[in-house]
Write a protein that binds this ligand. Sequence first.
Ligand code: KIV
Length: 257
Amino acid sequence: MKKQILDIIKKKNKSKIVSLTAYSKNIASILDNFCDIILVGDSLGSVLYNYKSTRQVSLKTMIEHSKSVRMGIKKSLMVVDMPHNTYRNSKEALKNAKKIISITKCDAVKLEGGKKIYNIVQALTKNKIPVMGHLGLLPQSDKTFKYKGKKSSERNKILNDAKLLESAGVFSIVLECVETTLAKKVTSQINIPTIGIGASNNCDGQILVLDDLIGLNPIDVRFVKKYSNIRKEIKKAVFNYSQDVRQKKFPLKKHSY
Ligand code: KIV
């Protein structure tokens, strides 16, 4: 059965929420059997397009990938990142969120930020647009990529932002690169699920970029556990194929018409 927003909220304090990113149909259809939430993340800017920052990702690109992902999903909740400069005010956010949802048929959108976007999130949720929040490291606006929660001012801000987002009506919050005890505090002080990436096991769920966990994206960061070395598998297959073609072992008669 297709997961709904309420199914995700109900998981808080009961069972962990499993989430991954997908940027295309075939991958989404594999993840769909194991994930509660599939996110079309704007991380595709760096992972697929080699952009220096997710700020370069356009709405059109997010919509095209989301249309593909949608075709691979039957059960999971599908969330789409609203890219940078598509939610600078309530009117713009509403117009673009409606466009994303109507074209991609996703279940919710994700926006980065806290107090600064409070009114915008509220405008969306009042218009029945389900919103996932994103706090901690904010790739669309942060200049440096350091974990959050060292300074007490930073800790207070993240905690207050989480409470504000909850009051604005978000159904869950991604906590990216948030220090362990702060992730615990935020998770225990709000009634909606937190989904961590580099934010310890104190969150209600976990998300990773699929390409990182299967070793397709050759990066090495502390919070990623590599569950496979898919580059090695692809290399092996492509090497065997190249050998077969050169040695005239492929295609054979059975592959021909
Ligand atoms: O863009 C993305 O993939 C994300 C996740 C890392 C949470 O926002």
